[in-house]
Design a protein around this ligand. Sequence first.
Ligand code: XMP
Length: 502
Amino acid sequence: HVAVLDFGSQYTQLIVRRVRELGFFAKLYQPEDLAEIGKPGAIILSGGPMSTSHPDAPDIDFELLKGYGVPVLGVCYGMQLLNIKFGGSVEASDRREYGPAGLYPVACEGLYEGITDKSQVWMSHSDTVKNLGESCKVIAKNQHGTPVSLQWGESFYGIQFHPEVTHSHEGTRILHNFLLTAKELEPFRIEDFKRELIENIKKTVGDKQVVCGVSGGVDSTVLAVLLNEAGVNVRAIFVDQGLMRKNEAEEVKNNFHRLGVEIEAIDASKLFLGALAGEPDPEKKRVIIGNLFIDVFWDTVGNAEMLAQGTLYPDVIESASNDKSKASKIKTHHNRVDRILELQKQGKVLEPLAELFKDEVRELGHSLGIPDDILNRHPFPGPGLAVRCPGEITLERLNVIRDCDAIFINALKEHGWYDKVWQAYAGLIPVKTVGVKGDERSYEWATNLRAVISEDAMTADWVELPPSLLREVSNKILNEVSGINRVLYDISTKPPASIEWE
Ligand code: XMP
């Protein structure tokens, strides 16, 4: 496998993902656990937020590292650390170089085989390499002639930029070139990954009972089936918070029946709608929903010993709730509210999917035998229709969204667009405008249709749906849904917008 040592960069997990995408097994370790990384075929040292000159800067046991006798790649902080270990020095600077730079390989070989001159790479660092260490050669420079990539001996490499982010246009190829220098690398197979997840679940859970909330969405479904497969004592609970789409509660129950997973369904819609009544603030709505969710859970299960959640990697970074994270808080994802963080501190939260991105979860689900129609369901947020209904939430508003959404989604399915878009929905814009319906003045709300493509929910683009399809949906909504006299199509990319409206 490829051992990725985490020096704290917010991109470290992306390195793991890229390596997996390239077809090799990768695992994340803390630098102090270097002695326990088994038999790696290659080692990557990640970037990190600290300066190497800081007294608390994370270090590495260099003799141990060399002892593995495998190719080593240091990225950003990792490169600076290697340079120091090889006897060079690093200059601290208060100025941060952040953003695009041009890459000029010295020779089109090794790491830079097939890489074009001037290729864009992404920088994010303040310290820079000053003196080069022993046996060091510069293998690439930037547009100013500054070294941005080093090589020591035959198998130690360093790069100042971040090859793992998509803004480094040929970054994946550079990583691949590095991996090609390794002799034996285990291929990444989701089957092996699944086995490892199951082993870990068994080890962590033992004979404790795990409570797991299921929503019918891909993440929690895969989680429940995975827990089932691990043979642990699991209670899968479906809380209908009254914020589901049209007929969704029935559909969810049927799907779990098909999967052979027993679930307990609780209708808590009155409770949720009561608690949300009159609250227009998006963050407060999320917190109400998140806390109530746990209340309902705990009321149902009494003293559950563990809670399992289908949290994915993008949820972890976007919420930035982790004390160590330097990323800024964008919104509170509903599985990251304080109550859960408290449980997490007590070691009672199990999040087996937290390393994965959506497409990887689908692949895992596939290997668990979950049928495609369930796996290909569009993502649906934990707080449900609440994040598609800006302002106050009322049953009337929710029912209007449900009707619009069902019309839109059915049309996408009928015309073969459902599987082509990543996520789609109709939401509500609770602003009344004047129109004419059946010769009479109407004064009603608008619905916003949104259809996006995305790779991992971190960025998204709106889909150019055929005008004829939009026209059909619009006509149907205007004719059939009372309360709506305007249909809008959301043409905003993420960023700066987000996929949901709250
Ligand atoms: P945004 O709106 O942040 O959405 O662009 C990105 C993806 O995350 C989903 N989403 C959530 N999922 N709990 C969830 O489980 C949440 O609180 C939440 N908020 C947004 C959203 O549907 C999209 O797929």
